[in-house]
Design a protein around this ligand. Structure first.
Ligand SMILES: [Zn+2]
Length: 261
């Protein structure tokens, strides 16, 4: 990677400055997509992340082929991203506070939720109930994984029911919406958090603006589905710039920890 032109404002970005700014444009503030590993590196205290359930891997149980076999897509995504699925889960400290953390990766098959993403979130929720530390899920997804058919849609019910058990146990759950979070993820666990934080200008909706426009045959507002409009409409609780995210989450964890041993 070298210096490059910002895709949002067209200004030339110095790579060193871009990386120092956590992959946010120095000029216009555009937040570039992060892979899960980089997100974890930016968010958690150094050397505190311990992955769990890293060995659960997708199986092509429908023998599904679109333009290429699902099996090949999985292998290619694993090789390209260096991770086994569209979410990494584990426990980590943030600002000195213990948390259970799941981070989605849009670069892995569009962050699509199939049976493995659902199972990993379910097991993270179980883990959360056993250790009682707050749960944080960083979302980035195009929705359900079509290569797993109805099974991928069932993950919406599965993750919501797992998170509901976290809530029954009165353990705080924070979701962090990053660009883009749409489809089945926006319609399930991303939306039911106690606190929903979004990065600036992150798209967070069920169907994207192009599809909605085609369906209703009307012009949409230019900020349709974006954080700023979602905040006005009460869909999210706050917009937090990436550079402030760790500090804001730490403050919330501190508030949640009041009165706990
Ligand atoms: Zn820019």
């Amino acid at each position: 990677m070298t210096d490059f032109k910002c895709k949002a404002c067209g200004k030339m970005l110095d790579l060193d400055v871009f990386l120092k700014d956590l992959k946010v444009c120095h000029y216009c503030g555009y937040h570039y997509m992060l892979d899960a590993k980089t997100r974890i590196e930016y968010l958690v205290d150094e050397f505190t992340f311990n992955e769990i359930t890293e060995n659960i891997k997708a199986v092509d149980f429908l023998n599904f082929t679109d333009v290429k076999p699902y099996k090949d897509r999985i292998t290619e995504s694993q090789q390209k991203s260096g991770i086994s699925e569209a979410i990494i889960t584990g426990c980590a400290k943030i600002g000195g506070y213990e948390t259970n953390l799941g981070v989605m990766d849009f670069m892995f098959m569009g962050g699509s939720m199939g049976s493995v993403v659902g199972e990993k979130i379910k097991q993270l929720a179980d883990f959360t109930i056993s250790n009682k530390f707050p749960l944080i899920l960083v979302c980035a997804s195009g929705g359900a994984r079509m290569q797993e058919g109805i099974i991928s849609l069932m993950q919406m019910a599965k993750t919501v029911s797992a998170i509901n058990r976290v809530k029954e146990n009165k353990i705080p759950y924070i979701s962090v919406i990053t660009n883009p979070t749409t489809g089945g993820v926006s319609a399930s666990f991303a939306t039911i958090a106690d606190i929903i934080i979004a990065e600036p200008e992150a798209l967070f909706c069920f169907a994207g603006p192009r599809v909605v426009k085609q369906t209703i045959k009307k012009e949409l507002p230019s900020d349709f589905g974006l954080s700023e409009r979602n905040l006005k409409n009460g869909q999210i609780d706050m917009i937090v710039k990436r550079k402030d995210l760790k500090e804001v989450i730490t403050r919330l964890l501190k508030l949640f920890s009041v009165g706990q041993s």
